[in-house]
Design a binder for this molecule. Structure first.
Ligand code: ATP
Ligand code: MG
Length: 350
């Protein structure tokens, strides 16, 4: 018989922090039950791969113990580094024909044998431009990368029920909270070692791109300029005052790096526009821990010719003022976009 679908714990393993979000369905929306963030020792995770499984286990244990999380069923995400995502336009065909067509398409895009990859695809609908064609989203990831990641999470005593891709979790977070208020929006999540850009047209992610930008670049700049260790530079970045640099000088460091980030984002958006000239970008949402940098939102606004907002998913999630502090949720919200997108997932109906 049918078992009730169960809400999963959202677990995001970033390169600097592990994050957990737990939600419960409430009326037409969701209620926040739990959230937590723990820093990972440097080098635990690199380019989406868990290099130090022991350190990850320790950090996840700290989180689950402190938050008293009993639930073991999680939704997590492999990093876009490890995944190929491609939107294709092909003639309308049957499921069977589509299956073999996808095999042929894949051979063009992946550099290894088909046995080595897990493949998923979704029909997005009839092409808007050509009615005899349909749009298909093709997603492929190396089996080995998926297995390694799942093993690392399961070593923490958790069970991976849903394995998503971080871009889609980000897109889902926006869809289920703020909603898609414009036809074409870009979500840009700026973390510590990378940024994810996901451009969605009428809610469907059509363009995804990993950008080699992130908060660690600013930490490195501070460390270089002030000749201090990276740990100290990180504390200075987060607001620790130091005698040999003024706030104004520090902000100059921030702004020069943020300008280069804006340049990277603009280049990716130009590339998107050259491929999708009919769907011009209307709005940008920023998320990730690094969007808290003083001046970041302003610099993006000054240089982008579309509206820019910071995305805080908790603005649209119910929470109990006995258990959570509104100021803290506003502070942490943008950094929690991806784990929140994961926490929206449920077990599949059996
Ligand atoms: N108040 C703040 N001011 C400036 N930077 C901040 C602030 N708070 C956090 N950060 C930066 O945000 C980054 C962490 O963000 P986030 O948690 O999104 O990254 P991550 O998911 O661990 O990394 P990645 O997505 O790159 O793998 C770090 O570089 C951290 O220094
Ligand atoms: Mg991240």
């Amino acid at each position: 018989m049918f078992t009730k679908k169960q809400q999963l714990i959202g677990l995001d393993v970033g390169s600097s922090y592990v994050k957990i979000v737990q939600l419960a369905e409430k009326g037409a929306g969701f209620k926040l039950l739990n959230l937590g963030v723990v820093p990972l020792p440097a080098g635990t995770v690199k380019e989406g791969r868990v290099l130090n499984s022991k350190a990850l286990v320790q950090c996840v244990n700290i989180l689950t113990k402190n938050l008293k999380v009993k639930e073991k069923k999680v939704a997590s995400a492999v990093s876009g580094y490890e995944v190929m995502i491609k939107k294709l336009e092909i003639p309308v065909m049957t499921e069977e024909e589509l299956n073999s067509r996808m095999q042929t398409e894949l051979r063009q895009y992946i550099p290894y044998s088909l046995e080595e990859v897990d493949v998923d695809y979704e029909i997005l609908g009839i092409s808007k431009e050509r009615s005899g064609n349909m749009d298909v989203l093709l997603v492929a990831a190396k089996k080995e990368s998926i297995r390694d990641y799942v093993n690392a999470v399961e070593a923490c005593g958790l069970n991976v029920y849903v394995l998503d891709v971080d871009y889609f979790a980000l897109n889902n977070a926006l869809e289920m909270t703020e909603g898609f208020r414009e036809d074409c929006i870009a979500l840009i999540d700026i973390g510590s070692h990378k940024a994810l850009m996901c451009i969605a047209v009428r809610g469907v992610p059509v363009f995804t791109r990993g950008l080699a930008i992130g908060g660690e670049q600013i930490t490195e700049q501070i460390s270089e300029q002030l000749k201090v260790a990276l740990e100290e530079a990180e504390r200075i970045k987060l607001g620790d005052s130091v005698p040999n640099i003024s706030e104004g000088e520090l902000e100059k460091v921030f702004v020069s790096v943020i300008r280069s980030w804006v340049g990277e984002c603009k280049r990716a958006i130009d590339f998107y526009h050259s491929n999708y000239p009919d769907n011009r970008l209307k709005k940008i949402y920023l998320s990730g821990g690094s969007c808290r940098l003083p001046g970041l939102e302003r610099v993006f606004r000054e240089h982008m010719d579309v509206e820019v907002s910071v995305f805080n998913p908790f603005e649209h999630i119910q929470w109990d003022s006995n258990g959570f502090d509104g100021d803290y949720l506003n502070y942490i919200g943008p950094q929690m976009a991806i784990p929140l997108g994961l926490a929206l997932r449920k077990t599949k109906e059996k």
